[in-house]
Design a protein around this ligand. Structure first.
Ligand code: TA6
Length: 288
């Protein structure tokens, strides 16, 4: 069906009001509702649904470069390319969860190859389970069978919806090392058990556990993030001042999200010709 500005989107639905909306533009999940019909993703009121602008909110795919860690435009180009539907059989070591799903595929165009000369195939299966969980299973292949290895960094730049950023608690990152993006990515160690955010915040936590939890006391719920193959977690919020410089973010909206991004950044992934990499991310919710 057609979404904003006539952009193609796919909607997955389950019982009890649970649903997922995915734009083919960016393979971008813009909405996820759990089995209580609650929206769990933030989408800016000012989000621009107009290529090549990436959509502000939901789950942008950051590939093949996180931030400005290389020569490409910040966060790479997967988030502003048109993906296609794919009927390839996903090599689900990535356990095939029951549920409804859509398979999407991105391959480089000749133009893309000029800025990143690697023939990759990025397959993404987005599943909504009968219990209203959202699963993102990624598989990147070096399809240049007699070419060169390539290296990438990656993130699911997830904008989680929260009632008030200053009340949110992020759990699972205690004692870990992180790179502070606001201080030239200097390496530091987290000494708090629970992370709370009161101003601009932009840390890349390294080698994190498989499970991270985001508590929203006002909504009386926890969003549970479980992941495989995605060792790092970026936690980001622009804070009041920086938010004003982001044109596609409405006034005060910075309070309504925290980006918690399962990622592979510190140790970039290298694929030899024919090799594949897999990542898996699962979101569920629990009442507090
Ligand atoms: O993941 C955090 C981050 O890299 C921040 O430094 C911030 O710039 C954010 O992503 C948003 O980037 P964007 O290009 O979508 O405006």
């Amino acid at each position: 069906t057609k979404g904003v500005n006539g952009l193609e989107k796919v909607t997955l639905t389950q019982n009890k009001g649970s649903s997922v909306e995915v734009y083919m533009y960016g393979a971008h999940v813009t909405s996820w509702k759990n089995d209580q019909g609650e929206e769990l993703l933030f989408l800016s009121n000012k989000a621009i649904f107009s290529p090549p602008k990436p959509i502000r909110g939901g789950i942008p795919i950051v590939f093949p470069q996180f931030s400005n860690l290389g020569p490409l435009p910040s966060h790479g180009f997967a988030r502003n390319r048109l993906w296609v539907r794919d009927d390839y059989h996903h090599p689900d070591t990535v356990r095939v969860a029951d549920g409804v799903f859509v398979d999407l595929l991105l391959k480089p165009t000749e133009e893309d190859l000029k800025i990143w000369p690697h023939r990759f195939e990025f397959r993404l299966r987005i599943t909504l389970t009968p219990r209203g969980e959202l699963i993102m299973a990624s598989c990147v292949k070096n399809a240049d069978t007699d070419g060169q290895p390539f290296t990438f960094t990656f993130a699911h730049h997830t904008y989680l919806s929260v009632s008030d950023i200053s009340k949110v608690e992020v759990k699972g990152l205690a004692k870990l090392d992180y790179l502070d993006n606001l201080q030239n990515r200097t390496r530091q160690t987290e000494n708090r058990d629970t992370i709370t955010i009161n101003s601009q915040f932009d840390n890349i936590y390294l080698s994190t556990p498989k499970k991270i939890e985001v508590l929203d006391p006002e909504k009386k719920r926890t969003i549970v993030i479980q992941k495989e193959g995605l060792p790092d977690v970026v936690v980001w919020n622009p804070g009041e001042e920086k938010a004003k410089t982001i044109e596609d973010l409405g006034e005060g909206e910075y309070k309504n999200f925290v980006a918690v991004e399962a990622a592979a950044i510190e140790k970039p992934v290298t694929l030899k010709p024919g090799e594949e990499w897999e990542g898996r991310l699962e979101f569920s919710t629990r009442r507090l």
